[in-house]
Design a protein around this ligand. Structure first.
Ligand SMILES: [Ca+2]
Ligand SMILES: [Ca+2]
Length: 349
């Protein structure tokens, strides 16, 4: 069996998926995993990830597996980016690395190549933490991965077109367009690379021959059409424009695998980027940390950041801590790290 990769013109909207599920994006180890609920065969899932400028997830570390576990709902099966399509029994990630050469999280007794038909990797059969092999033509949800996080605006942005929103002043000069977006808590949609240009272009209204104001790196006055990006005279030209809200695209924690002893203190910072600036909060075992959560555990919340503070840790403070970032573009994003382990002190007499 082989998977043929077809090209698709329109990129599936990330926002569409987000509206169905709050937690469908996880940041871990500079990687982004996204969970998709339009169940498909393994090959079709691979294509769908590629259409979204991603690839099926390569879950080659404990951190990534915890992240993957966090977005796959209990009781659901989701494709991951491993298969033994090409050589029975030798599972290979889609970047050609052998699965057996690195981190593995197969469920007990898996992969078992049941009935000689199971060649594609999924998670969820024995809980989302564990992997299994299944027949590739089954329909499952799937986990995609964005390799490197950088400031890609158009990919993550929620766009507003001034000529489709009645309350907007639909056509105006570049500078007024910029101000109009800012007044609405957005910014003029930015294009900083060929890739972003293509993404933004794919989101332009169909059958529109309009040119729209957008922002660029150089603060030049640029207009985008279906065919090209053009630099235009800033003030005397009157064009419709595109504003964007950029979801949190990077959430960083200062310590990904904390281990402390009883009575130790610990602080972990978490910062997020996005536009408008995201609100950031720490959660412990799924619940937002408040004054009532635990007398030793606090968070101090700043601008697009939050510091987790554990004072004189007790064994009961161990658990899963997560940092969430949110702004108006997206309900939640989260950054996961492993469990906080607290070791008891050995007392000697
Ligand atoms: Ca197999
Ligand atoms: Ca199996």
């Amino acid at each position: 069996m082989t998977c043929a990769i077809a090209k698709q013109n329109s990129i599936p909207s990330r926002k569409d998926n987000l509206e169905r599920e709050k937690y469908n994006t996880v940041y871990a180890s500079q990687q982004v995993l996204t969970y998709h609920r339009d169940s498909r065969s393994w090959c079709s899932a691979m294509q769908a990830c590629i259409w979204g400028n991603q690839h099926l997830a390569i879950v080659n570390s404990e951190t990534l597996n915890l992240a993957s576990e966090a977005i796959i709902p209990d009781g659901h099966m989701a494709w991951l980016g491993g298969s033994d399509i090409y050589s029975e029994g030798t599972f290979v990630w889609i970047d050609s690395q052998r699965v057996s050469a690195g981190y593995q999280s197969w469920g007990p007794g898996e992969p078992n190549n049941h009935d000689g038909l199971e060649h594609c990797m999924d998670a969820g059969y024995q809980g989302p933490y564990y992997w299994n092999d299944s027949p590739c033509d089954k329909s499952f949800n799937y986990v995609c991965q964005i390799g490197t996080v950088r400031e890609v605006s158009a990919m993550y942005a929620v766009l507003s077109f001034s000529d489709t929103i009645p309350t907007y002043n639909s056509r105006t000069s570049f500078w007024n367009a910029k101000k109009a977006c800012e007044n609405k808590g957005m910014r003029l949609a930015r294009v900083e690379s060929e890739e972003e240009f293509k993404i933004l272009q794919s989101k332009l209204p169909r059958n529109s021959n309009e040119k729209y104001w957008i922002g660029t790196k150089h603060e030049k006055c640029a207009g985008i059409t279906h065919d090209q990006l053009e630099f235009t005279e800033c003030t005397s030209t009157s064009l419709p424009y595109i504003c964007e809200v950029v979801s949190p695209y990077s959430v960083e924690v200062s310590n990904e695998s904390p281990k402390i002893h009883e009575n130790d203190n610990l602080q972990i910072g978490c910062t997020a980027k996005g536009f408008p600036l995201p609100d950031v909060f720490w959660y412990k075992d799924g619940e937002r940390i408040t004054e009532q959560t635990d007398p030793n555990v606090h968070q101090s919340i700043g601008s697009a950041s939050a510091i987790l503070k554990i004072h004189r840790a007790q064994m009961g403070d161990a658990g899963q801590y997560r940092c969430y970032a949110t702004n108006t573009a997206i309900d939640f994003e989260l950054r996961v790290f492993g469990l906080l382990h607290i070791e008891g002190r050995i007392s000697s007499y």
